[in-house]
Ligand binder design. Structure first.
Ligand code: COA
Ligand code: AMP
Length: 635
């Protein structure tokens, strides 16, 4: 196989500024940058300083002007509602301009924050792009989060406007968004002036007079008045969005994404990493509430002049395990990007892959997997059934595009099962021991990125430079800590094995066990608790909470366990998939009082474990094992 990867990566190593200046030529700038990188600005430096630009212009307007007006830009395929809607680039522009006018009428302009709390409907994409058009900073909150999580984000981002919908639809149930929205607004200290609400026919909602605006009516009025809203020039270093992601506490981290660097990184990735040409169809089967949705449902495919698919459904059950192949065939998808858990779900229902044969997948070239470790068995299953390369790649909300990949556009490198590929240009990787010394190839350690981070990575956390420094930059000076553990092999391939913090990965969703513990501790009968991630065949990991009850509690224990489960669902949301609370007499701790979560996890997974030398009382681990066995868990 001939790959240009090594030559391109070496070119970046030799002259990073020249590399990124060349990549920046793929973007329309209103005014050019003075410097590619200024190390003296921001926390660790800033990219494309002095330039002005606009994401919406690059994602829509320039394609309409450049000959793609009649090409499909966005296809909403919703097996869960049995509907499909398509928008050409010209139609997308009309929708976004009209919505931008409605948003501007609420007094929103450059730098103002807008929260978007929506299901997977086209209006969610229009909302993101309309904010970008105005230079407003959007913050999309995933629909599976509960009111309290939304309230936390309202207080941190202090938006003047929320764009939402009457409901989302999950298999077998309609999720009423409006009570969650109203509940969050009531709970938040920051007061939101107005809401624009999409009324879905599956369940309409009441609007609050003087605050809520009917999306369809307002946009129709803006269209009939032929309102035009120009793309607002913003600095390349201005934030495009804030996306909250799990930290180690209940207070999520507001990852800031700047505008210019993000556009450059995404545009470069589409051709070179994903091997996609303008005009082709790209499908990221994720949710707009996650970083994958921001980057690869919305911005990257549109920046590149592709057609993007917005899929409102599940890999199985909507209606069957052939849905993905139906979407690929029907819309002539060239590349699909999803999480391994989706493939484990399909494999579980259709082990032989019989549905694949029912569809014409001749236009389909590559499957990309990310969001969690791709287990080799799932990769092999997909390779055997689909007969296309299956590419595992690794990234984080913080980076906005892949840190490591197998760059098919540069010519594919040999695939190594279990590895998410090699570092992408811009990423200078190292594996360090806990004291900060680099370890030998093949040795497990802390995966770090030497500063500066490349264009598109977070420049900081929203209003929290100090938290950014302490969470990411202080432990290994001169480096960004990924909080992943892994190793680099002799050929330069990365292997990402586990998180080094208390983040767990449930069905490709990033969740904080610390945040769950904070919620459980609120239960009046709970004295202390510990949440661990247990291995799960479908979701990769699922949370399990151990609770120690207050002395003197005489209520039915099973009842309390149920209440704890309900509390996490109510406070964090169904996405936490928290279904198991186990009451125990005590928690295992070291003599200095640290809870031995890692050992509890091994017991729950039924893997080999050694008695920690520092344990306070070895008998407690036996008790944990017995409590789990009573629930049918552990080996
Ligand atoms: N709004 C409201 N509730 C939501 C939601 C949303 N947007 N998304 C998920 N939920 C709910 C689900 O209904 C489920 O609720 P339940 O406990 O009542 O069943 C819960 O949150 C957990 O959802 P999920 O993790 O999606 O599990 P699932 O059992 O419904 O489906 C998979 C399992 C594997 C099919 C599903 O997780 C999947 O498709 N994963 C793909 C992963 C992905 O897209 N990752 C993004 C990063 S690439
Ligand atoms: P998120 O910020 O939600 O994208 O989650 C990022 C985390 O998911 C990473 O820090 C990893 O722990 C995990 N992750 C993402 N992609 C991969 C992958 N390809 N292999 C292993 N872990 C991954």
């Amino acid at each position: 196989m001939n790959s240009r990867y090594h030559e391109v990566y070496a070119g970046w190593q030799q002259d990073g500024d020249a590399f990124w200046a060349e990549a920046a030529a793929g973007i329309d700038w209103f005014t050019p940058f003075d410097r590619v990188f200024d190390p003296d600005q921001g926390v660790y430096g800033r990219w494309f300083v002095g330039a002005t630009c606009n994401m919406c212009h690059n994602a829509i307007d320039r394609h309409v002007a450049g000959g793609r007006a009649d090409q499909l830009a966005l296809v909403h395929d919703s097996p869960i509602t049995g509907t499909k809607r398509s928008f050409t680039y010209a139609e997308l522009l009309a929708e976004v301009e009209a919505l931008a006018a409605v948003i501007a009428d609420q007094g929103i302009g450059k730098g103002d924050r807008v929260i978007i709390y929506m299901p997977m409907v086209p209006e969610a994409v229009f909302a993101m792009l309309a904010c970008a058009r105005l230079g407003a900073i959007h913050s999309v909150v995933f629909g599976g989060f509960a009111a309290k999580e939304l309230a936390t984000r309202i207080d941190d981002a202090t938006p003047d406007l929320i764009i939402s919908a009457s409901c989302g639809i999950e298999p077998g149930r309609v999720v009423s968004y409006k009570p969650l929205l109203d509940g969050a607004i009531a709970m938040a200290r920051h007061k939101v002036a107005s809401c624009i609400v999409v009324q879905r026919e599956q369940q309409r909602c009441d609007l609050v007079e003087g605050r809520d605006i009917d999306y369809a009516q307002a946009v129709a009025a803006a269209k009939s008045a032929h309102r035009k809203v120009a793309c607002e020039p913003v600095a390349a270093t201005d934030p495009l969005y804030i996306l909250y992601t799990s930290g180690t506490t209940g207070q999520p981290k507001g990852v800031v994404r700047d505008t210019g660097g993000h556009m450059v990184a995404l545009k470069w990735s589409m051709k070179n990493q994903f091997g996609i040409d303008p005009g082709e169809v790209f499908w990221a089967a994720s949710d707009v509430g996650w970083v994958v949705g921001h980057s690869y449902i919305v911005y990257a495919p549109l920046l590149h002049g592709c057609t993007t698919i917005l899929f409102e459904g599940k890999p199985v059950g909507t209606p069957d395990a052939g849905t993905f192949w139906r979407v690929i065939a029907e819309h002539e998808v060239a590349a699909l990007f999803t999480a391994p858990t989706a493939f484990r779900a399909i494999k579980g229902q259709d082990p032989k892959g019989e549905f694949v044969g029912n569809y014409d997948l001749s236009r389909f070239r590559t499957l990309f997997l990310a969001g969690e470790r791709a287990d080799p068995e799932t990769i092999r299953w997909a390779e055997d059934r689909l007969k296309v390369p299956v590419i595992d790649h690794w990234w984080q909300t913080e980076t906005g595009s892949p840190i490591s990949n197998n760059p098919v556009g540069l010519g594919m490198l040999p695939v190594k099962h279990g590895s998410p590929g090699v570092p992408m240009p811009g990423y200078d990787m190292a594996i360090l021991d806990d004291a900060g010394h680099e370890v030998a190839p093949g040795t497990l350690g802390n995966v770090v990125i030497r500063l500066p981070l490349p264009p598109g990575c977070l420049p900081t956390l929203w209003n929290a430079d100090e938290r950014f420094r302490s969470a990411y930059l202080s432990e290994f000076p001169g480096c960004y800590k990924t909080a992943d553990a892994g190793y680099i092999d002799e050929d330069g391939y990365l292997f990402i094995m586990a998180r080094t913090d208390d983040i767990i990965n449930v069905a490709g969703h990033r969740l904080s066990t610390g945040a769950m513990e904070e919620v459980i501790a609120e239960h009046p009968d709970v004295a202390e608790c510990a949440v661990i991630g247990m291995a799960d065949d479908l979701k990769g990991q699922v949370p399990c909470g151990f609770v120690v009850l207050n002395a003197g509690v005489t209520r039915d224990i099973a009842e309390i366990e149920k209440e704890v489960v309900a509390l996490v669902r109510e406070k964090i949301g169904p996405v936490a998939a928290f279904k198991l609370a186990v009451a125990v007499k005590r928690l295992p701790k070291t003599r200095s009082g640290k809870i031995l979560r890692a050992t509890m996890q091994k017991i729950a997974d039924g893997t080999e474990w050694a008695m920690p030398a520092t344990i306070d009382d070895p008998a407690i681990l036996e008790e944990i094992g017995t409590a789990l066995k009573d629930k049918g868990i552990g080996g």
